[in-house]
Ligand binder design. Structure first.
Ligand SMILES: Nc1ncnc2c1ncn2[C@@H]1O[C@H](COP(=O)(O)OP(=O)(O)OP(=O)(O)O)[C@@H](O)[C@H]1O
Ligand SMILES: [Mg+2]
Length: 401
Protein backbone atom coordinates (compact mmCIF):
# COMPACT_ATOMS: atom_id res chain seq x y z
CA UNK A 1 0.00 0.00 0.00
CA UNK A 2 2.61 2.48 1.07
CA UNK A 3 5.11 1.53 -1.58
CA UNK A 4 2.45 1.79 -4.25
CA UNK A 5 1.69 5.26 -2.95
CA UNK A 6 5.33 6.04 -3.27
CA UNK A 7 5.47 4.71 -6.79
CA UNK A 8 2.41 6.64 -7.77
CA UNK A 9 3.85 9.81 -6.34
CA UNK A 10 7.14 9.12 -7.98
CA UNK A 11 5.47 8.50 -11.27
CA UNK A 12 3.99 11.97 -11.10
CA UNK A 13 7.35 13.44 -10.22
CA UNK A 14 9.00 11.67 -13.08
CA UNK A 15 6.30 12.58 -15.52
CA UNK A 16 6.39 16.23 -14.61
CA UNK A 17 10.12 16.20 -15.10
CA UNK A 18 9.95 14.18 -18.26
CA UNK A 19 12.22 15.06 -21.13
CA UNK A 20 14.41 17.40 -19.15
CA UNK A 21 17.78 16.59 -20.64
CA UNK A 22 17.83 20.07 -22.15
CA UNK A 23 17.91 21.54 -18.62
CA UNK A 24 14.79 23.55 -19.35
CA UNK A 25 12.92 24.28 -16.13
CA UNK A 26 9.57 22.54 -15.85
CA UNK A 27 6.60 24.54 -14.53
CA UNK A 28 6.76 22.96 -11.07
CA UNK A 29 10.43 23.69 -10.64
CA UNK A 30 10.47 27.40 -11.37
CA UNK A 31 11.20 28.35 -7.78
CA UNK A 32 14.28 26.28 -7.82
CA UNK A 33 15.48 27.19 -11.26
CA UNK A 34 16.06 30.79 -12.06
CA UNK A 35 15.03 31.81 -15.56
CA UNK A 36 17.94 30.79 -17.75
CA UNK A 37 20.24 33.70 -18.58
CA UNK A 38 20.74 33.21 -22.32
CA UNK A 39 24.21 34.70 -22.56
CA UNK A 40 25.56 32.58 -19.79
CA UNK A 41 24.24 29.09 -20.17
CA UNK A 42 22.25 28.54 -23.29
CA UNK A 43 25.20 28.97 -25.62
CA UNK A 44 28.26 26.81 -25.96
CA UNK A 45 31.07 28.30 -23.89
CA UNK A 46 33.46 28.40 -26.81
CA UNK A 47 31.35 31.01 -28.59
CA UNK A 48 31.06 33.43 -25.71
CA UNK A 49 34.00 32.49 -23.58
CA UNK A 50 34.81 35.31 -21.17
CA UNK A 51 38.46 36.12 -20.65
CA UNK A 52 40.22 34.32 -17.86
CA UNK A 53 40.34 37.58 -15.90
CA UNK A 54 36.59 38.10 -16.28
CA UNK A 55 35.98 34.55 -15.20
CA UNK A 56 38.14 34.99 -12.13
CA UNK A 57 36.41 38.26 -11.21
CA UNK A 58 32.99 36.71 -11.61
CA UNK A 59 34.01 33.69 -9.60
CA UNK A 60 35.33 35.90 -6.80
CA UNK A 61 32.08 37.88 -6.67
CA UNK A 62 29.91 34.75 -6.73
CA UNK A 63 32.15 33.13 -4.19
CA UNK A 64 31.82 36.00 -1.74
CA UNK A 65 28.10 36.37 -2.17
CA UNK A 66 27.32 32.77 -1.53
CA UNK A 67 29.95 32.31 1.15
CA UNK A 68 28.27 35.05 3.14
CA UNK A 69 24.94 33.28 2.95
CA UNK A 70 26.59 30.03 3.86
CA UNK A 71 28.44 31.64 6.76
CA UNK A 72 25.13 32.85 8.19
CA UNK A 73 24.18 29.26 8.76
CA UNK A 74 27.41 28.40 10.52
CA UNK A 75 27.26 27.19 14.04
CA UNK A 76 28.40 30.05 16.25
CA UNK A 77 29.49 28.06 19.25
CA UNK A 78 31.60 24.99 18.80
CA UNK A 79 30.91 23.36 22.11
CA UNK A 80 30.75 19.64 22.73
CA UNK A 81 28.82 20.08 25.95
CA UNK A 82 25.60 18.04 25.95
CA UNK A 83 22.36 19.90 25.40
CA UNK A 84 20.89 17.84 28.19
CA UNK A 85 21.49 14.35 29.48
CA UNK A 86 19.03 11.68 28.45
CA UNK A 87 18.48 8.15 29.62
CA UNK A 88 16.68 5.12 28.29
CA UNK A 89 13.67 5.79 30.52
CA UNK A 90 13.03 8.99 28.56
CA UNK A 91 11.98 7.01 25.46
CA UNK A 92 9.75 4.23 24.24
CA UNK A 93 11.87 2.20 21.85
CA UNK A 94 9.95 1.35 18.68
CA UNK A 95 10.80 -0.35 15.39
CA UNK A 96 14.17 -0.56 13.68
CA UNK A 97 14.68 1.96 10.87
CA UNK A 98 18.07 0.76 9.71
CA UNK A 99 20.90 -1.52 10.70
CA UNK A 100 24.65 -1.26 10.40
CA UNK A 101 27.86 -2.94 11.37
CA UNK A 102 27.73 -1.99 15.06
CA UNK A 103 24.07 -1.72 15.91
CA UNK A 104 20.84 -0.27 14.68
CA UNK A 105 18.75 2.87 14.47
CA UNK A 106 15.34 2.85 16.17
CA UNK A 107 12.31 5.01 15.90
CA UNK A 108 11.57 6.14 19.47
CA UNK A 109 9.02 8.31 21.21
CA UNK A 110 9.73 10.65 24.09
CA UNK A 111 7.72 9.80 27.18
CA UNK A 112 7.82 13.48 28.10
CA UNK A 113 6.71 15.38 25.02
CA UNK A 114 5.33 12.55 22.86
CA UNK A 115 7.63 13.54 19.98
CA UNK A 116 9.37 11.04 17.76
CA UNK A 117 13.14 10.78 17.53
CA UNK A 118 15.64 8.36 16.03
CA UNK A 119 18.16 6.72 18.32
CA UNK A 120 21.28 5.12 16.91
CA UNK A 121 22.46 2.31 19.16
CA UNK A 122 26.01 1.00 18.91
CA UNK A 123 27.23 -2.12 20.67
CA UNK A 124 30.37 -1.23 22.58
CA UNK A 125 31.83 -4.69 22.12
CA UNK A 126 31.41 -4.51 18.32
CA UNK A 127 32.84 -1.01 18.18
CA UNK A 128 35.93 -2.07 20.12
CA UNK A 129 36.33 -5.35 18.21
CA UNK A 130 36.24 -3.53 14.88
CA UNK A 131 38.65 -0.85 16.10
CA UNK A 132 36.11 1.91 15.68
CA UNK A 133 36.47 3.54 19.11
CA UNK A 134 38.01 6.70 17.71
CA UNK A 135 35.53 6.90 14.82
CA UNK A 136 32.63 6.49 17.23
CA UNK A 137 33.86 9.22 19.55
CA UNK A 138 34.46 11.39 16.48
CA UNK A 139 30.93 10.65 15.25
CA UNK A 140 29.51 11.95 18.51
CA UNK A 141 31.74 15.00 18.60
CA UNK A 142 31.11 15.96 14.95
CA UNK A 143 27.35 15.56 15.34
CA UNK A 144 27.38 17.84 18.36
CA UNK A 145 29.28 20.48 16.47
CA UNK A 146 27.29 20.75 13.29
CA UNK A 147 24.18 22.79 12.67
CA UNK A 148 22.96 23.10 9.14
CA UNK A 149 19.60 22.74 7.35
CA UNK A 150 20.82 19.71 5.41
CA UNK A 151 22.56 17.86 8.23
CA UNK A 152 20.95 15.67 10.88
CA UNK A 153 20.65 17.24 14.32
CA UNK A 154 21.72 15.27 17.36
CA UNK A 155 20.19 16.15 20.72
CA UNK A 156 22.36 14.15 23.06
CA UNK A 157 23.92 10.82 23.90
CA UNK A 158 23.95 8.34 26.78
CA UNK A 159 25.14 4.82 27.46
CA UNK A 160 24.50 1.68 29.44
CA UNK A 161 27.07 -0.99 30.24
CA UNK A 162 26.79 -2.55 26.76
CA UNK A 163 25.52 0.12 24.35
CA UNK A 164 25.99 3.68 23.21
CA UNK A 165 22.92 5.77 22.29
CA UNK A 166 22.68 8.84 20.09
CA UNK A 167 19.40 10.78 20.06
CA UNK A 168 18.63 12.49 16.75
CA UNK A 169 15.71 14.09 14.99
CA UNK A 170 13.59 11.50 13.24
CA UNK A 171 13.53 12.13 9.49
CA UNK A 172 10.36 10.58 8.10
CA UNK A 173 10.86 10.54 4.35
CA UNK A 174 13.19 7.55 4.18
CA UNK A 175 16.49 7.13 2.41
CA UNK A 176 17.30 8.72 -0.93
CA UNK A 177 18.52 5.23 -1.70
CA UNK A 178 14.99 3.76 -1.53
CA UNK A 179 13.60 6.53 -3.70
CA UNK A 180 16.35 6.07 -6.26
CA UNK A 181 15.94 2.29 -6.45
CA UNK A 182 12.17 2.63 -6.84
CA UNK A 183 12.50 5.20 -9.58
CA UNK A 184 15.57 3.51 -11.15
CA UNK A 185 17.05 6.87 -12.02
CA UNK A 186 16.30 10.53 -11.51
CA UNK A 187 15.56 13.05 -14.25
CA UNK A 188 18.27 15.68 -14.61
CA UNK A 189 16.55 18.43 -12.52
CA UNK A 190 15.77 16.03 -9.68
CA UNK A 191 19.37 14.78 -9.50
CA UNK A 192 20.53 18.38 -9.68
CA UNK A 193 18.32 19.40 -6.76
CA UNK A 194 19.65 16.69 -4.44
CA UNK A 195 23.22 17.22 -5.63
CA UNK A 196 22.94 20.95 -4.94
CA UNK A 197 21.69 20.43 -1.38
CA UNK A 198 24.47 17.89 -0.77
CA UNK A 199 27.01 20.38 -2.13
CA UNK A 200 25.95 23.01 0.42
CA UNK A 201 26.11 20.48 3.25
CA UNK A 202 29.60 19.34 2.27
CA UNK A 203 30.77 22.91 1.83
CA UNK A 204 29.58 23.69 5.35
CA UNK A 205 31.35 20.64 6.80
CA UNK A 206 34.56 21.44 4.95
CA UNK A 207 34.43 25.05 6.15
CA UNK A 208 34.68 23.54 9.65
CA UNK A 209 37.50 21.24 8.56
CA UNK A 210 35.25 18.20 8.76
CA UNK A 211 35.60 15.48 6.13
CA UNK A 212 32.44 13.41 5.83
CA UNK A 213 33.86 10.32 4.04
CA UNK A 214 30.69 8.27 3.62
CA UNK A 215 28.55 10.04 1.07
CA UNK A 216 26.04 7.66 -0.55
CA UNK A 217 22.26 7.49 -1.04
CA UNK A 218 21.75 5.33 2.07
CA UNK A 219 23.06 8.13 4.26
CA UNK A 220 20.90 10.83 2.70
CA UNK A 221 17.43 11.04 4.21
CA UNK A 222 14.47 13.05 2.97
CA UNK A 223 12.47 15.17 5.37
CA UNK A 224 8.70 15.47 5.12
CA UNK A 225 8.99 18.30 2.60
CA UNK A 226 11.54 16.51 0.44
CA UNK A 227 14.71 18.31 1.53
CA UNK A 228 17.76 16.24 2.32
CA UNK A 229 19.25 15.49 5.73
CA UNK A 230 22.61 13.79 5.73
CA UNK A 231 22.92 11.29 8.57
CA UNK A 232 25.63 8.82 9.67
CA UNK A 233 28.70 10.69 10.82
CA UNK A 234 30.43 7.36 11.53
CA UNK A 235 33.42 8.36 9.40
CA UNK A 236 33.29 12.12 9.80
CA UNK A 237 36.52 13.56 11.11
CA UNK A 238 38.00 16.93 11.89
CA UNK A 239 41.01 17.27 9.62
CA UNK A 240 42.67 20.54 8.74
CA UNK A 241 45.26 19.02 6.41
CA UNK A 242 45.45 15.36 5.46
CA UNK A 243 44.59 11.94 6.84
CA UNK A 244 45.24 8.31 5.88
CA UNK A 245 42.54 5.93 7.15
CA UNK A 246 40.97 3.63 4.56
CA UNK A 247 37.24 4.00 5.14
CA UNK A 248 34.06 4.67 3.22
CA UNK A 249 31.94 2.54 0.92
CA UNK A 250 33.71 0.80 -2.01
CA UNK A 251 31.71 2.27 -4.88
CA UNK A 252 32.22 5.79 -3.50
CA UNK A 253 35.85 5.71 -2.38
CA UNK A 254 38.37 7.99 -4.08
CA UNK A 255 41.51 6.39 -5.55
CA UNK A 256 43.87 8.17 -3.17
CA UNK A 257 42.01 6.57 -0.25
CA UNK A 258 42.36 3.09 -1.75
CA UNK A 259 46.09 3.52 -2.28
CA UNK A 260 46.38 4.81 1.31
CA UNK A 261 48.06 8.02 0.28
CA UNK A 262 47.52 11.02 2.51
CA UNK A 263 44.22 12.52 1.39
CA UNK A 264 42.14 15.62 2.15
CA UNK A 265 38.56 16.93 2.01
CA UNK A 266 38.41 16.54 -1.73
CA UNK A 267 37.59 12.83 -1.32
CA UNK A 268 34.06 14.06 -0.56
CA UNK A 269 33.91 15.88 -3.91
CA UNK A 270 34.91 12.66 -5.67
CA UNK A 271 32.01 10.96 -3.86
CA UNK A 272 29.68 13.78 -4.88
CA UNK A 273 30.59 12.98 -8.49
CA UNK A 274 29.81 9.30 -7.94
CA UNK A 275 26.50 10.26 -6.31
CA UNK A 276 25.49 12.46 -9.24
CA UNK A 277 26.43 9.68 -11.66
CA UNK A 278 24.39 7.14 -9.69
CA UNK A 279 21.34 9.41 -9.44
CA UNK A 280 21.34 10.00 -13.20
CA UNK A 281 22.32 6.51 -14.37
CA UNK A 282 20.73 4.34 -11.68
CA UNK A 283 24.05 2.58 -11.01
CA UNK A 284 27.48 3.64 -9.80
CA UNK A 285 30.29 4.25 -12.31
CA UNK A 286 32.65 1.60 -10.91
CA UNK A 287 30.09 -1.02 -9.99
CA UNK A 288 31.35 -4.62 -9.97
CA UNK A 289 30.59 -7.92 -8.25
CA UNK A 290 33.24 -7.59 -5.53
CA UNK A 291 34.85 -4.65 -3.73
CA UNK A 292 38.25 -5.73 -5.11
CA UNK A 293 37.03 -5.48 -8.69
CA UNK A 294 35.41 -2.15 -7.90
CA UNK A 295 38.73 -0.86 -6.50
CA UNK A 296 40.51 -1.97 -9.66
CA UNK A 297 38.02 -0.07 -11.77
CA UNK A 298 38.38 3.03 -9.59
CA UNK A 299 42.16 2.91 -9.97
CA UNK A 300 41.90 2.39 -13.74
CA UNK A 301 39.88 5.63 -13.78
CA UNK A 302 37.85 4.65 -16.83
CA UNK A 303 34.24 5.75 -16.80
CA UNK A 304 31.62 5.07 -19.41
CA UNK A 305 29.06 7.86 -19.49
CA UNK A 306 25.58 6.82 -20.71
CA UNK A 307 24.61 8.54 -23.95
CA UNK A 308 21.72 10.36 -22.26
CA UNK A 309 24.08 12.28 -19.94
CA UNK A 310 24.24 15.93 -20.97
CA UNK A 311 27.62 17.43 -22.00
CA UNK A 312 27.37 19.75 -18.97
CA UNK A 313 27.08 16.98 -16.44
CA UNK A 314 29.81 14.96 -18.13
CA UNK A 315 32.09 17.97 -17.88
CA UNK A 316 31.28 18.33 -14.18
CA UNK A 317 31.77 14.63 -13.47
CA UNK A 318 35.04 14.48 -15.40
CA UNK A 319 36.29 17.18 -13.04
CA UNK A 320 34.96 15.58 -9.87
CA UNK A 321 35.63 11.90 -10.51
CA UNK A 322 39.24 12.49 -11.43
CA UNK A 323 42.30 11.07 -9.70
CA UNK A 324 44.19 14.23 -10.68
CA UNK A 325 43.92 16.40 -7.57
CA UNK A 326 45.17 19.44 -9.45
CA UNK A 327 42.03 19.18 -11.58
CA UNK A 328 39.40 17.97 -9.12
CA UNK A 329 36.79 20.66 -8.57
CA UNK A 330 36.43 21.65 -4.93
CA UNK A 331 40.16 21.17 -4.46
CA UNK A 332 41.25 24.17 -6.54
CA UNK A 333 41.94 27.76 -5.58
CA UNK A 334 38.23 28.75 -5.49
CA UNK A 335 37.27 25.70 -3.43
CA UNK A 336 33.63 24.56 -3.58
CA UNK A 337 32.63 27.74 -5.45
CA UNK A 338 33.98 26.07 -8.59
CA UNK A 339 31.36 23.37 -8.16
CA UNK A 340 28.52 25.78 -7.42
CA UNK A 341 29.52 27.91 -10.40
CA UNK A 342 29.73 24.99 -12.79
CA UNK A 343 27.46 25.13 -15.86
CA UNK A 344 25.45 22.09 -14.77
CA UNK A 345 24.35 24.03 -11.68
CA UNK A 346 23.83 27.29 -13.55
CA UNK A 347 20.08 27.54 -12.82
CA UNK A 348 20.44 26.90 -9.09
CA UNK A 349 19.83 29.93 -6.88
CA UNK A 350 22.08 28.88 -4.02
CA UNK A 351 20.84 31.37 -1.43
CA UNK A 352 17.24 30.30 -2.01
CA UNK A 353 18.22 26.68 -1.87
CA UNK A 354 20.00 27.18 1.46
CA UNK A 355 16.94 28.97 2.83
CA UNK A 356 14.74 26.08 1.59
CA UNK A 357 12.85 28.76 -0.24
CA UNK A 358 12.18 26.46 -3.17
CA UNK A 359 9.85 23.72 -4.21
CA UNK A 360 11.26 20.24 -3.77
CA UNK A 361 10.94 17.79 -6.68
CA UNK A 362 9.33 15.09 -4.57
CA UNK A 363 7.31 15.11 -1.40
CA UNK A 364 7.44 11.87 0.57
CA UNK A 365 3.93 10.44 1.09
CA UNK A 366 3.82 10.56 4.88
CA UNK A 367 0.23 9.44 5.02
CA UNK A 368 -0.02 8.31 8.63
CA UNK A 369 1.09 11.66 10.10
CA UNK A 370 3.93 12.24 12.55
CA UNK A 371 5.79 9.09 13.49
CA UNK A 372 4.89 7.39 10.20
CA UNK A 373 7.71 5.03 9.30
CA UNK A 374 6.21 3.39 6.23
CA UNK A 375 8.95 4.75 4.00
CA UNK A 376 11.64 2.74 5.78
CA UNK A 377 12.42 -0.88 4.96
CA UNK A 378 11.70 -3.51 7.59
CA UNK A 379 14.45 -5.31 9.46
CA UNK A 380 14.24 -8.32 11.78
CA UNK A 381 13.96 -7.00 15.33
CA UNK A 382 16.60 -8.07 17.82
CA UNK A 383 16.42 -9.23 21.40
CA UNK A 384 17.19 -5.92 23.09
CA UNK A 385 19.77 -5.71 25.85
CA UNK A 386 19.26 -1.98 26.28
CA UNK A 387 19.50 -0.75 29.83
CA UNK A 388 22.10 -3.34 30.84
CA UNK A 389 23.74 -2.58 34.15
CA UNK A 390 26.57 -4.76 35.37
CA UNK A 391 30.26 -4.59 34.67
CA UNK A 392 31.38 -2.30 31.85
CA UNK A 393 34.83 -3.28 30.67
CA UNK A 394 34.73 -0.69 27.87
CA UNK A 395 33.73 2.31 29.99
CA UNK A 396 37.10 4.05 29.64
CA UNK A 397 36.78 4.16 25.84
CA UNK A 398 33.56 6.15 25.83
CA UNK A 399 33.87 8.75 28.56
CA UNK A 400 32.20 11.47 26.47
CA UNK A 401 28.93 9.59 25.93
N1 LIG B 1 17.79 10.46 12.13
C1 LIG B 1 17.30 9.44 11.43
N2 LIG B 1 15.99 9.40 11.09
C2 LIG B 1 15.50 8.36 10.39
N3 LIG B 1 16.25 7.31 9.97
C3 LIG B 1 17.54 7.29 10.28
C4 LIG B 1 18.14 8.35 11.01
N4 LIG B 1 19.46 8.07 11.13
C5 LIG B 1 19.65 6.91 10.52
N5 LIG B 1 18.51 6.41 10.00
C6 LIG B 1 18.34 5.15 9.27
O1 LIG B 1 19.21 4.16 9.79
C7 LIG B 1 20.15 3.75 8.79
C8 LIG B 1 21.49 3.44 9.46
O2 LIG B 1 21.96 4.61 10.14
P1 LIG B 1 23.45 5.06 9.97
O3 LIG B 1 23.72 5.23 8.51
O4 LIG B 1 23.70 6.20 10.86
O5 LIG B 1 24.19 3.83 10.56
P2 LIG B 1 25.17 2.77 9.92
O6 LIG B 1 25.17 2.82 8.45
O7 LIG B 1 24.90 1.53 10.64
O8 LIG B 1 26.43 3.37 10.45
P3 LIG B 1 27.86 2.87 10.19
O9 LIG B 1 28.14 3.22 8.77
O10 LIG B 1 28.59 3.68 11.21
O11 LIG B 1 27.83 1.38 10.43
C9 LIG B 1 20.20 4.92 7.81
O12 LIG B 1 20.63 4.51 6.55
C10 LIG B 1 18.72 5.35 7.82
O13 LIG B 1 17.94 4.51 7.04
MG1 LIG C 1 25.01 4.47 7.06
Amino acid sequence: MHSSNLLKKLHITRLSNHNTETNKPEPGTMDYYQQPQPTVHEQPVQQQAPTQQQQQQQAAIQNNLTSEAIQRSLLPQRSTVSRGKYSLTDFHIMRTLGTGSFGRVHLVRSVHNGRYYAIKVLKKQQVVKMKQVEHTNDERRMLKLVEHPFLIRMWGTFQDSKNLFMVMDYIEGGELFSLLRKSQRFPNPVAKFYAAEVTLALEYLHSHDIIYRDLKPENILLDRNGHIKITDFGFAKEVSTVTWTLCGTPDYIAPEVITTKPYNKSVDWWSLGVLIFEMLAGYTPFYDSTPMKTYEKILSGKIHYPSFFSPDVIDLLENLITADLTRRLGNLINGPADIRNHRWFSEVVWEKLLAKDIETPYEPPITAGVGDSSLFDHYPEDQLDYGSVGEDVYAHYFLEF
